[in-house]
Design a protein around this ligand. Structure first.
Ligand code: RB5
Length: 152
């Protein structure tokens, strides 16, 4: 199950990505926004997606805002979440392989619809297991150690 969320800036793109994934038979948990509201706030939806991934209710998350930056900052505040903002598929793949990313973020004002789909395909098509290099795993353990030092 994949969690997905966006603010108003990413709303249209989110709706398209949901349809795209559903067509492929991939189950999606929509964490909002559920309608276009120009004054909604990206932290609300990024937090909702991050919690689904952190709790392991969902395997991975997709976040969309204007740039992908705001939602990734928020998601990375949640323990256990490793979100990467990217604007092309190679970084999406490497975010999984090198950083063990469990959330991918991108911006509707930065990438077009076809690029967004390519990013999603690349991210979902790369599993954590591909993070085979011991050094990468050790680096992720270091990230977790830093998280555990935090008082949240
Ligand atoms: C909303 O206008 C915009 O600031 C937001 O979607 C995002 O780009 C923030 O990082």
């Amino acid at each position: 199950m994949i969690a997905i969320g966006s603010d108003h800036a990413g709303f249209e793109m989110k709706e398209e990505i949901i349809k795209y994934l559903n067509k492929k038979g991939i189950e999606v948990c929509d964490c909002g926004s559920y309608e276009y509201k120009s004054d909604d706030d990206y932290p609300d939806f990024a937090h909702a997606v991050a919690k689904k991934v952190a709790s392991r209710e969902c395997d991975s998350g997709i976040l969309i805002c204007g740039t992908g930056i705001g939602v990734s900052i928020v998601a990375n505040k949640v323990r256990g979440v490793r979100a990467g903002a990217c604007s092309e598929p190679i970084s999406a793949k490497l975010a999984r392989e090198h950083n063990g990313a469990n959330v991918i973020a991108f911006g509707s004002r930065i990438v077009g619809m076809e690029m967004a789909k390519a990013i999603v395909d690349s991210f979902l098509g790369t599993s954590f297991e591909k993070m085979h290099r011991l050094r990468d795993e050790e680096r992720v353990r270091k990230i977790e150690k830093i998280e555990n030092e935090r008082n949240t």
